[in-house]
Ligand binder design. Structure first.
Ligand code: ADP
Ligand code: ZN
Ligand code: ZN
Length: 674
């Protein structure tokens, strides 16, 4: 066997990933030393023995051969939490095409110690929470469906069977109670648990339920924690002083020594995909981590991703269905579809259909609560010229500016801001007018139509200050408002027993997003939004307003029929060779120089086609959905292949040539696997 060298980090932390030391691996150790192994090495002038972790193995010495020392030995029982995280980093680097440094920086904590403020963060959350009876006062007796999952889990867990679970349970079917029961079982066996939730600020009720149940055993990885606070949380976990880590995506990298269970709530959520390199998906990374650690993986959703559900169908995950609402007397909301074309024909130009207006008035009279959901993404109010027809755009980005209440036009991509102009910047005409409906407009119109109603609004503008989410949600939960108006933020996981009506004002807007997942996303949003109604004893109604009642995504959401949706959508993905029917690599090249960007992208395409064309479907290059952001131009090439490994080979092939090309230094390249 050839001589091999190990790259070793002595003091394992995020800041030290660039400080690697190279050692020769002695022949007799070649088969034992792996990525993630903990080893002893002679260190410094005095050659004192230190422990370090192997983060890379190469056949090429980076220094003078004669000055490279040898690895002294393998540390006994050396598979630690850090070993597994380093191994996970290696896997992420390979699978998502990043550098090892980027991957290590993702999984290793920033080393900055501060006094623990976790208690205080939790106390702030507790203070914002309307008090519920403590868990002891309110015995929950699991229903037969929930019981079925728990029994299977306990048997599989104790029997060492580790096939992941997918719990497909309608909104309010008691999935969270099931997770908590599983966690109890795992803690009783002396093991530890990671619970991933999409975004803490939006799911504080869930966090509070965990806190109520498990008290001191729990730590929360909040997105607003400082690096030092995060480090403290991770240290507590490493030392076993905390048993359960609840948090967003990055909580997956908690260094528990005895990880027994990873729970992923709302598995379908987009927030589980990382935006920075490595562009990993937390579900996939969790699956790999669980496999390495011998831990269990449990995922739950009312609207599973096509990826997860197709794996369940293929028998890779074990599927459980919860089909009834858990809370006594609570039933799934009745849904009604309103065809907005008929409204226009009848002369109703309001954003509230006649039926929705009637129902809102009825709820207000009965002192019940209403939620109005406006899917603002792609439908914000922009300003356009009635003479030349052009919208007022951001000069740095390829998007229209959004009109805010203070008569400012704001770019939601780069923050560019100008006062509303008096005349069209293009043709000088004075006939500028606002189009589209944002949440602010909905609020104004609701206030006009229902003068006596108390209205709250929750969107980016009202929640930007610290604690904004919690304050608004808590106020609504206390019954201080009759109507809550909001974007995506209000549909996620909240449990307001007083809400008996949900109005979805424009169901179809998200169907037009330039993304093959847009129907899936629309379906998920509609089902989740409808799921907010009737969580208490009184029956709920969800009204879906749409111009496209015949669309299968809208129809299946109205019928709350996940499987019907899944069959239709899967058929479309198969026809079009989109994931999960096929794998796809999106390669993006970006740069300030538009010509060079386009030219290099064409070269990349040609060389990929020349080398891999025979076995590959290539689309593009095309401009990114938003071509220019912050004066940077972006082009995308799509490649589809059933075999993921071929896509990885393409990525490696492109990156090698990219690194050798001088012109590419002014550009950026990015890979996105799905
Ligand atoms: P999901 O996570 O599926 O949306 P939750 O676990 O939040 O569902 O449960 C919805 C509501 O039903 C909660 O208020 C919860 O306390 C209650 N609940 C859950 N399981 C039961 C049960 N077995 N008996 C009575 N109430 C339950
Ligand atoms: Zn004009
Ligand atoms: Zn901009």
């Amino acid at each position: 066997m050839a001589v091999q060298y190990a790259n070793i980090i002595i003091d394992i932390s995020h800041e030290n990933v660039d400080r690697v030391f190279q050692y020769r691996i002695p022949k007799q150790m070649l088969s034992d030393v792996r990525i993630g192994s903990q080893v002893c090495v002679p260190f410094g002038a005095a050659n004192r023995t230190r422990k370090g972790y192997v983060v890379g193995i190469t056949q090429k010495a980076d220094f003078d051969e004669a000055r490279i020392k040898e690895v002294a030995g393998l540390v006994e029982g050396s598979v630690t939490a850090d070993s597994r995280l380093i191994e996970l980093a290696w896997w992420m680097k390979e699978r998502y095409g990043s550098t090892m440094n980027q991957a290590l920086k993702t999984v290793l904590p920033v080393k900055k110690k501060v006094r623990a403020r976790n208690r205080q963060v939790l106390e702030n959350l507790v203070a914002a929470q309307p008090r519920r009876p403590a868990p002891g006062d309110r015995e929950i007796c699991l229903n037969p469906e929930q019981q079925g999952v728990i029994e299977a889990f306990c048997q599989d867990y104790d029997g060492g069977r580790r096939k992941p679970y997918l719990i497909h349970g309608i909104t309010g079917s008691g999935k969270t109670e099931v997770y908590m029961e599983m966690i109890r079982h795992v803690l009783a066996r002396g093991q530890e648990v990671i619970v991933l939730i999409p975004e803490i600020a939006l799911t504080y009720q869930t966090v509070m339920r965990f806190y109520d149940r498990f008290g001191e055993n729990i730590s929360v990885m909040h997105s607003r924690l400082s690096a030092g606070e995060r480090y403290d949380q991770f240290e507590k976990a490493r030392e076993g002083r905390t048993k359960i880590m609840v948090g967003a995506r990055s909580a997956l990298f908690t260094p528990f020594a005895h990880l027994g269970l990873v729970v992923i709530d709302e598995e379908h959520e987009g927030a589980y995909r990382s935006e920075g390199a490595p562009r990993y998906h937390a579900r996939e990374a969790a699956e790999h981590l669980a496999e390495m650690s011998g831990a269990f993986l449990v995922m739950g959703s009312a609207t599973p991703s096509l990826e997860a559900f197709s794996k369940a169908e293929a028998g890779i995950y074990k599927l459980f269905s919860l089909k009834t609402r858990a809370s006594r007397g609570s039933a799934l909301a009745v849904t009604e579809v309103v065809d907005l074309r008929r409204e226009l024909e009848a002369g109703n130009k309001s954003i509230f259909s006649r039926r929705l207006t009637e129902l809102i008035a009825d709820r207000l009279a009965k002192k019940e609560q209403v939620m109005l959901f406006m899917n603002r993404r792609g439908y914000s109010s922009f300003v356009s010229c009635r003479s030349c027809g052009k919208a007022v755009k951001c000069p740095h980005c390829d998007v229209s500016l959004t009109l805010h209440n203070n008569r400012q036009l704001v770019c939601h991509y780069c923050g560019y801001k100008i006062p509303l102009p008096k005349a069209c910047p293009g043709c000088g005409s004075e006939y500028l007018a606002g189009f589209g409906v944002g949440t602010q407009k909905v609020e104004e119109m609701a206030a006009q139509t229902f003068a006596q109603a108390r209205i709250l609004r929750m969107d980016l503008d009202t929640t930007s200050k610290k604690g904004g989410h919690e304050a608004i949600l808590a106020s609504f939960a206390r019954g201080e408002a009759d109507i809550l108006i909001g974007t995506q933020m209000i549909v996620k996981g909240h449990d307001f027993p007083g809400v008996t009506l949900v109005g979805i004002l424009a169901a179809d807007v998200s169907l037009y997003a330039p993304d093959f997942r847009c129907t899936e996303r629309t379906f998920q949003l509609l089902v989740q939004a409808a799921g907010r109604a009737g969580r208490g004893r009184r029956a709920g109604i969800a009204v879906i307003q749409t111009y496209l009642p015949e669309h299968y995504g809208i129809g299946a959401a109205a019928a709350q029929d996940y499987e019907a949706f899944y069959r239709q959508e899967m058929g479309y993905r198969q026809l079009m060779h989109y994931p999960p029917a096929c794998h796809m690599l999106q390669l993006q090249v970006s740069g300030r120089d538009e010509q060079l960007t386009g030219h290099m992208m064409d070269l990349v395409r040609d060389s990929v086609v020349r080398h891999f064309g025979a076995c590959l479907e290539v689309i593009g290059p095309v401009p990114a959905p938003v071509y220019k952001v912050n004066d940077i131009y972006r082009k995308i090439l799509y490649m589809k292949q059933e075999n993921y490994d071929i896509l990885i080979r393409i990525r490696n092939y492109v990156q090698e040539r990219w690194d050798e090309t001088e012109d590419c230094k002014q550009l950026a390249i990015q890979y996105d696997f799905s």
